[in-house]
Design a binder for this molecule. Structure first.
Ligand code: GLU
Length: 304
């Protein structure tokens, strides 16, 4: 039984880094005879780009990807997130937090992914003030002071002490938006996802997600975190680094480029996306995927 997924955020259009993730998660699923889902992570409207969700789905189709079942949209799944937070509330694992960022970040210590929250609102003797109570709180989950580790299929062993390295983290923001960590775990559990293949920018999130799975009594999926693709300056391709959007007219060339990064052998010269995808599935071997970031640009800006 294998259920995998590709979960783009419509904050921008797909780029070569997203194509690598789509291709690797697709190939790993199909090579295992598994299902492959597409989930649109459209949870944060202020950060989204108008029209990006539809463009992403059209681009995936143009590149020959076929996914199983209907596309899931996080924006339509608020009831699931509310129910999931409700279960954590009933179990006494979460608490409302009245702190604004500037209340605590000035004195905070830097951790593995930003500042470590000091736990003020979660202390046993904490009583919110009247002004605290005027604000809508965020909700944080308590983090255990123990090491959470796992064996990543590409990176190898990875571990964090989330109390020390991350701190109690937010599940529902004070502005009413669900945090990525809660939504992704609730969705992966509800959709029965068994295998997660995604970029190494999310490696730092995996121990938090495993903690949430444990709190919810869910099985731990298998993880594979892909190397990041970078520009000539070594920065990850993203909207911020002005990653060029995938050009569907060059889909054959772009797929073959992504296949090269994944070390697929004897890549055929064809430009037919279906043939290139089938070749990738047939020759898929995760042991050949490089561990380290790959620069996709020469100093002169040409693709490698
Ligand atoms: N939506 C996330 C992103 O585009 C990916 C989430 C995940 O794969 O867990 O970076």
């Amino acid at each position: 039984m294998y259920i995998g997924r590709f979960a783009p955020s419509p904050t921008g259009l797909l780029h070569i880094g997203s194509l690598l993730t789509a291709l690797a998660s697709y190939a790993d699923a199909r090579a295992h005879g598994g299902r492959w889902l597409v989930r649109m992570e459209d949870l944060d409207p202020p950060r989204e780009m108008k029209g990006a969700a539809a463009d992403i789905l059209r681009t995936l189709e143009a590149f020959g990807f076929e996914w199983d079942g209907e596309t899931a949209f996080q924006s339509r799944r608020h009831a699931l997130y509310r129910e999931t937070l409700g279960r954590l509330k009933s179990a006494g694992l979460v608490y409302p937090c009245h702190c604004s960022r500037k209340d605590w970040q000035n004195a905070a210590r830097a951790g593995a992914d930003g500042f470590v929250y000091n736990g003020r609102c979660g202390a046993a003797d904490f009583r919110p003030s009247e002004t605290d109570l005027l604000k809508t709180p965020a909700w944080r989950i308590r983090t255990p002071d123990r090491v959470i580790g796992f064996q990543d299929r590409i990176v190898g062993h990875y571990a964090q002490n989330i109390a020390r390295d991350i701190g109690d983290f937010v599940l529902l923001r004070a502005d009413g938006c669900w945090a990525y960590q809660l939504a992704v775990v609730a969705d992966d559990i509800e959709q029965g996802v068994t295998h997660i293949v995604r970029g190494q920018d999310l490696l730092v999130s995996a121990p938090r997600q495993i903690h949430l799975q444990q709190c919810l009594g869910a099985p731990e999926p298998s993880y594979a975190h892909l190397p990041l693709l970078t520009n000539a300056q070594g920065q990850k391709w993203s909207k911020q680094t002005l990653a060029p959007a995938l050009n569907t007219a060059k889909r054959g060339q772009l797929l073959r480029q992504a296949m090269r990064y994944l070390n697929i052998p004897d890549i055929p010269e064809t430009d037919t996306p279906q043939d290139l995808l089938a070749w990738t599935v047939q020759h898929w071997d995760i042991a050949r995927v490089p561990k380290n970031a790959i620069c996709t640009e020469r100093q002169d800006g040409k693709a490698v």
